[in-house]
Design a protein around this ligand. Structure first.
Ligand SMILES: [Zn+2]
Length: 276
Protein backbone atom coordinates (compact mmCIF):
# COMPACT_ATOMS: atom_id res chain seq x y z
CA UNK A 1 0.00 0.00 0.00
CA UNK A 2 1.31 3.48 -0.83
CA UNK A 3 1.63 5.66 2.23
CA UNK A 4 2.68 9.13 3.37
CA UNK A 5 4.80 9.91 6.43
CA UNK A 6 3.55 13.39 7.37
CA UNK A 7 6.19 14.04 10.05
CA UNK A 8 9.76 12.84 9.69
CA UNK A 9 13.11 14.63 9.98
CA UNK A 10 14.91 13.21 6.99
CA UNK A 11 17.96 15.51 7.28
CA UNK A 12 19.02 13.26 10.15
CA UNK A 13 18.30 9.95 8.37
CA UNK A 14 20.44 8.06 5.87
CA UNK A 15 19.79 7.40 2.20
CA UNK A 16 19.34 3.74 3.18
CA UNK A 17 16.27 4.86 5.13
CA UNK A 18 14.89 6.57 2.03
CA UNK A 19 15.38 3.35 0.10
CA UNK A 20 13.72 1.17 2.72
CA UNK A 21 10.82 3.62 2.99
CA UNK A 22 10.40 3.63 -0.81
CA UNK A 23 10.40 -0.19 -0.84
CA UNK A 24 7.75 -0.17 1.89
CA UNK A 25 5.47 2.06 -0.21
CA UNK A 26 6.32 5.60 0.94
CA UNK A 27 5.52 8.12 -1.79
CA UNK A 28 5.62 11.41 0.14
CA UNK A 29 7.20 12.74 3.32
CA UNK A 30 6.64 16.04 5.08
CA UNK A 31 9.51 17.34 7.16
CA UNK A 32 8.93 19.97 9.85
CA UNK A 33 11.78 22.22 10.97
CA UNK A 34 13.07 21.05 14.36
CA UNK A 35 15.85 21.16 16.90
CA UNK A 36 19.26 20.11 15.58
CA UNK A 37 20.26 18.60 18.93
CA UNK A 38 22.11 21.81 19.79
CA UNK A 39 21.06 25.46 19.87
CA UNK A 40 22.00 27.34 16.72
CA UNK A 41 24.11 30.44 17.24
CA UNK A 42 22.29 32.86 14.95
CA UNK A 43 19.72 33.49 12.27
CA UNK A 44 22.13 32.48 9.48
CA UNK A 45 22.17 28.94 10.86
CA UNK A 46 18.42 28.81 10.26
CA UNK A 47 18.72 30.30 6.78
CA UNK A 48 21.14 27.50 5.86
CA UNK A 49 18.84 24.91 7.44
CA UNK A 50 15.83 26.21 5.48
CA UNK A 51 17.89 25.98 2.28
CA UNK A 52 18.74 22.39 3.16
CA UNK A 53 15.05 21.61 3.72
CA UNK A 54 13.75 23.35 0.60
CA UNK A 55 16.57 22.56 -1.84
CA UNK A 56 18.91 19.72 -0.96
CA UNK A 57 16.57 17.34 0.87
CA UNK A 58 13.95 17.50 -1.87
CA UNK A 59 16.52 16.22 -4.36
CA UNK A 60 17.71 13.46 -2.05
CA UNK A 61 14.14 12.19 -1.56
CA UNK A 62 13.48 12.44 -5.29
CA UNK A 63 16.21 9.92 -6.03
CA UNK A 64 14.02 7.33 -4.31
CA UNK A 65 10.79 8.43 -5.97
CA UNK A 66 9.60 10.11 -2.76
CA UNK A 67 8.08 13.60 -2.90
CA UNK A 68 9.42 15.89 -0.17
CA UNK A 69 7.46 18.69 1.53
CA UNK A 70 8.57 20.83 4.44
CA UNK A 71 7.49 23.21 7.23
CA UNK A 72 9.44 26.19 8.58
CA UNK A 73 9.81 27.68 12.07
CA UNK A 74 12.12 28.00 15.05
CA UNK A 75 11.26 25.15 17.40
CA UNK A 76 10.13 25.46 21.00
CA UNK A 77 13.46 24.24 22.41
CA UNK A 78 15.16 27.34 21.02
CA UNK A 79 12.30 29.70 21.87
CA UNK A 80 13.84 30.72 25.19
CA UNK A 81 15.98 32.99 23.05
CA UNK A 82 13.14 35.33 22.11
CA UNK A 83 15.40 37.77 20.27
CA UNK A 84 16.77 35.07 17.97
CA UNK A 85 13.26 33.63 17.55
CA UNK A 86 12.01 36.99 16.30
CA UNK A 87 14.87 37.23 13.80
CA UNK A 88 14.00 33.77 12.46
CA UNK A 89 10.27 34.53 12.27
CA UNK A 90 11.08 37.72 10.34
CA UNK A 91 13.24 35.71 7.90
CA UNK A 92 10.77 32.84 7.23
CA UNK A 93 8.73 34.75 4.57
CA UNK A 94 11.81 34.66 2.28
CA UNK A 95 11.11 30.93 1.94
CA UNK A 96 7.33 30.74 2.03
CA UNK A 97 6.79 30.86 -1.71
CA UNK A 98 9.16 28.02 -2.46
CA UNK A 99 7.58 24.87 -3.89
CA UNK A 100 7.33 22.13 -1.28
CA UNK A 101 6.79 24.45 1.68
CA UNK A 102 3.53 23.44 3.38
CA UNK A 103 3.39 26.06 6.11
CA UNK A 104 4.58 26.94 9.62
CA UNK A 105 5.77 24.09 11.85
CA UNK A 106 6.45 22.32 13.99
CA UNK A 107 5.74 25.12 16.40
CA UNK A 108 4.44 24.48 19.90
CA UNK A 109 5.54 24.14 23.48
CA UNK A 110 8.25 22.08 25.14
CA UNK A 111 8.30 22.99 28.83
CA UNK A 112 5.24 25.27 28.67
CA UNK A 113 7.21 28.41 29.58
CA UNK A 114 6.21 32.03 29.07
CA UNK A 115 8.86 32.57 26.37
CA UNK A 116 7.71 29.48 24.49
CA UNK A 117 4.14 30.78 24.57
CA UNK A 118 5.28 34.20 23.29
CA UNK A 119 7.17 32.67 20.36
CA UNK A 120 4.28 30.28 19.62
CA UNK A 121 1.85 33.21 19.41
CA UNK A 122 4.18 35.16 17.13
CA UNK A 123 4.36 32.15 14.81
CA UNK A 124 0.54 31.99 14.85
CA UNK A 125 0.46 35.65 13.86
CA UNK A 126 2.83 34.99 10.94
CA UNK A 127 0.72 32.03 9.78
CA UNK A 128 -2.47 34.09 9.98
CA UNK A 129 -0.93 37.00 8.11
CA UNK A 130 0.43 34.78 5.31
CA UNK A 131 -2.49 32.31 5.30
CA UNK A 132 -0.31 29.27 5.96
CA UNK A 133 -1.15 25.84 7.35
CA UNK A 134 0.15 25.14 10.87
CA UNK A 135 1.75 22.01 12.32
CA UNK A 136 1.91 21.93 16.13
CA UNK A 137 4.27 19.93 18.35
CA UNK A 138 2.78 19.10 21.75
CA UNK A 139 5.10 18.53 24.75
CA UNK A 140 6.31 15.20 26.01
CA UNK A 141 5.02 13.02 28.84
CA UNK A 142 4.21 14.95 32.03
CA UNK A 143 3.94 18.31 30.25
CA UNK A 144 1.67 17.07 27.44
CA UNK A 145 -1.80 17.53 28.87
CA UNK A 146 -1.29 21.03 30.25
CA UNK A 147 0.74 22.08 27.20
CA UNK A 148 -1.93 20.82 24.82
CA UNK A 149 -4.59 22.81 26.66
CA UNK A 150 -2.43 25.94 26.56
CA UNK A 151 -1.85 25.46 22.82
CA UNK A 152 -5.53 24.91 22.04
CA UNK A 153 -6.48 27.99 24.07
CA UNK A 154 -3.96 30.18 22.23
CA UNK A 155 -5.19 28.97 18.83
CA UNK A 156 -8.83 29.42 19.82
CA UNK A 157 -8.09 32.96 20.97
CA UNK A 158 -6.66 33.90 17.59
CA UNK A 159 -9.39 35.55 15.54
CA UNK A 160 -8.10 34.57 12.08
CA UNK A 161 -6.93 30.96 12.42
CA UNK A 162 -9.36 28.33 11.18
CA UNK A 163 -9.15 25.09 13.19
CA UNK A 164 -9.18 22.89 10.07
CA UNK A 165 -5.93 24.53 8.95
CA UNK A 166 -4.07 23.27 12.04
CA UNK A 167 -2.73 19.80 12.87
CA UNK A 168 -2.04 19.02 16.54
CA UNK A 169 0.75 16.45 16.56
CA UNK A 170 1.93 13.79 19.01
CA UNK A 171 -1.56 13.30 20.45
CA UNK A 172 -2.10 10.47 22.91
CA UNK A 173 -5.11 8.92 24.59
CA UNK A 174 -5.53 11.83 27.01
CA UNK A 175 -5.21 14.64 24.41
CA UNK A 176 -6.70 13.34 21.15
CA UNK A 177 -10.29 14.21 22.03
CA UNK A 178 -9.41 17.77 23.06
CA UNK A 179 -7.80 18.41 19.68
CA UNK A 180 -10.48 16.69 17.58
CA UNK A 181 -13.27 18.48 19.45
CA UNK A 182 -11.55 21.80 18.72
CA UNK A 183 -11.88 21.01 15.00
CA UNK A 184 -8.20 20.32 14.28
CA UNK A 185 -6.46 17.50 12.48
CA UNK A 186 -4.43 15.29 14.82
CA UNK A 187 -1.19 13.38 14.37
CA UNK A 188 -0.36 10.16 16.23
CA UNK A 189 3.38 9.62 16.54
CA UNK A 190 4.54 6.02 16.46
CA UNK A 191 7.70 5.75 18.54
CA UNK A 192 9.57 2.68 19.74
CA UNK A 193 9.54 3.85 23.41
CA UNK A 194 7.77 7.10 24.27
CA UNK A 195 4.71 8.48 22.53
CA UNK A 196 2.46 5.95 20.87
CA UNK A 197 2.88 2.34 19.65
CA UNK A 198 1.11 0.93 16.53
CA UNK A 199 -1.14 -0.96 18.94
CA UNK A 200 -2.14 2.16 20.88
CA UNK A 201 -2.66 4.06 17.62
CA UNK A 202 -4.94 1.29 16.34
CA UNK A 203 -6.87 1.42 19.62
CA UNK A 204 -7.39 5.18 19.19
CA UNK A 205 -8.59 4.70 15.60
CA UNK A 206 -11.05 2.11 16.88
CA UNK A 207 -12.30 4.59 19.47
CA UNK A 208 -12.35 7.81 17.43
CA UNK A 209 -12.66 6.64 13.80
CA UNK A 210 -10.56 7.79 10.87
CA UNK A 211 -11.73 11.38 10.37
CA UNK A 212 -8.96 14.01 10.61
CA UNK A 213 -6.45 11.48 11.99
CA UNK A 214 -2.87 11.15 10.66
CA UNK A 215 -0.07 8.78 11.68
CA UNK A 216 3.65 9.53 11.50
CA UNK A 217 7.03 8.22 12.59
CA UNK A 218 8.53 11.57 13.69
CA UNK A 219 11.82 9.85 12.87
CA UNK A 220 14.84 11.98 13.75
CA UNK A 221 18.42 11.63 15.05
CA UNK A 222 17.23 9.87 18.20
CA UNK A 223 15.76 6.44 18.79
CA UNK A 224 12.95 6.25 16.24
CA UNK A 225 11.73 4.08 13.37
CA UNK A 226 11.38 5.47 9.83
CA UNK A 227 9.19 2.45 8.97
CA UNK A 228 6.71 3.10 11.78
CA UNK A 229 3.80 3.93 9.44
CA UNK A 230 4.06 0.54 7.66
CA UNK A 231 4.05 -1.00 11.16
CA UNK A 232 0.67 0.65 11.75
CA UNK A 233 -0.61 -0.65 8.39
CA UNK A 234 0.49 -4.13 9.47
CA UNK A 235 -1.19 -3.82 12.87
CA UNK A 236 -4.47 -2.51 11.41
CA UNK A 237 -4.51 -5.29 8.80
CA UNK A 238 -3.89 -7.93 11.45
CA UNK A 239 -6.92 -6.60 13.36
CA UNK A 240 -9.10 -6.89 10.25
CA UNK A 241 -9.53 -3.19 9.46
CA UNK A 242 -10.81 -2.51 5.93
CA UNK A 243 -8.13 -1.53 3.43
CA UNK A 244 -10.10 1.64 2.66
CA UNK A 245 -9.91 2.72 6.32
CA UNK A 246 -6.17 2.06 6.52
CA UNK A 247 -5.61 3.94 3.29
CA UNK A 248 -7.62 6.89 4.60
CA UNK A 249 -5.35 7.25 7.64
CA UNK A 250 -1.98 6.72 5.97
CA UNK A 251 -2.64 8.31 2.57
CA UNK A 252 -5.87 10.20 1.95
CA UNK A 253 -5.96 12.16 5.20
CA UNK A 254 -2.47 13.66 4.87
CA UNK A 255 -3.24 14.58 1.25
CA UNK A 256 -6.49 16.23 2.34
CA UNK A 257 -4.74 18.26 5.05
CA UNK A 258 -1.83 19.28 2.78
CA UNK A 259 -4.29 20.34 0.07
CA UNK A 260 -5.11 23.34 2.25
CA UNK A 261 -1.75 24.75 1.14
CA UNK A 262 -2.11 26.75 -2.08
CA UNK A 263 1.34 25.61 -3.29
CA UNK A 264 0.76 21.89 -2.69
CA UNK A 265 1.17 19.76 -5.82
CA UNK A 266 1.45 16.00 -5.79
CA UNK A 267 1.20 13.58 -8.68
CA UNK A 268 0.80 10.01 -7.47
CA UNK A 269 2.82 8.58 -10.33
CA UNK A 270 3.31 5.08 -8.94
CA UNK A 271 -0.23 4.38 -7.81
CA UNK A 272 -0.72 2.17 -10.86
CA UNK A 273 2.19 -0.06 -9.89
CA UNK A 274 1.00 -0.91 -6.42
CA UNK A 275 -2.77 -0.59 -6.85
CA UNK A 276 -4.54 -3.33 -4.95
ZN1 LIG B 1 9.25 16.47 14.95
Amino acid sequence: MNYIDPHIHMVSRTTDDYKRMALAGCVLVSEPAFWAGFDRSGVEGFRDYFRQLTEFEKGRAGQYGIAHQTWLCINAKEAENVELSREVIAMIPEFLDRPGVLGIGEIGLNKNTRNEATVFQEHLELAARTDELILVHTPHLADKYQGTRMILDMIRAHPRIKPERVCIDHVEEHTIRLALDAGHWVGMTLYPITKCSPQRASDMIEMYGTERILANSAGDWGHSDPLAVPELIFEMRSRGHAEADIRKVVYENPLAFFSGCRRFRFTPRDLVVSAG
